[in-house]
Design a protein around this ligand. Structure first.
Ligand code: HEC
Length: 163
């Protein structure tokens, strides 16, 4: 009888230490999650100016503002696909050919009527007042990245160095 009691109390102790072990594992997991969360939060602040994250932010903005409904390169899309646009020559409705540089892309977003692409109607909404400088910079970075990935898919490093 006494040996049975001793055995059961031993079991209890083992059970307890297992639970303590599980608890510390849980605490470790929580600490890890907190650290990861903190790193993520800090990353948003510190990476704000890097090209990589502004491209990602621009892509999100592009989707959120519905740019892709016209510029998604899907069949029957009402706007031109933007892949490969950056750095290319575009012909405007007026017959003039211009270089699609940063300024052109910015103007196309803020004031689409200023330079209308040949073959297209002026149906793009005016985003002036809806997109701030930060958003414009992110959208431009995203559109530029469409060019980089399309033109430098074979040599991604070369494309990166160009910038
Ligand atoms: C309702 C459809 C529509 C929406 C939505 C739209 N666009 Fe456009 N976009 C067009 C059309 C059509 C053109 C070509 C005519 C012109 O130049 O205005 C164009 C032209 C452009 C150009 C110049 C393209 C070139 O090849 O010269 C850029 C850059 C552009 N849009 C970016 C955007 C961005 C960024 C958004 C979202 C903030 C957006 N567009 C939303 C229809 C749209």
């Amino acid at each position: 009888m006494s040996s049975f009691l001793a055995g059961s109390s031993q079991h209890k102790q083992r059970g307890l230490s297992t639970r303590t072990f599980m608890l510390s594992l849980g605490a470790l997991a929580v600490l890890g999650a907190l650290a990861a969360g903190l790193r993520g939060t800090l990353g948003v602040f510190t990476d704000g100016s890097s090209g990589e994250s502004s491209e990602a932010a621009g892509e999100r903005l592009f989707k959120r503002l519905g740019c892709g409904t016209c510029h998604g390169a899907q069949p029957g899309a009402r706007g031109p696909a933007l892949t490969g646009l950056f750095g290319s020559q575009v012909t405007l409705q007026s017959g003039v050919t211009v270089q699609a540089d940063e300024g052109y892309v910015r103007e196309s977003i803020m004031n689409p009527g200023a330079k209308v692409l040949a073959g297209y109607d002026l149906i793009m909404p005016v985003y002036q007042g809806q997109i701030g400088e930060e958003g414009l910079r992110q959208l431009t970075a995203y559109i530029r990245s469409l060019h980089v990935s399309a033109a430098a898919s074979a040599t991604p490093e070369g494309g990166k160095n160009e910038r």
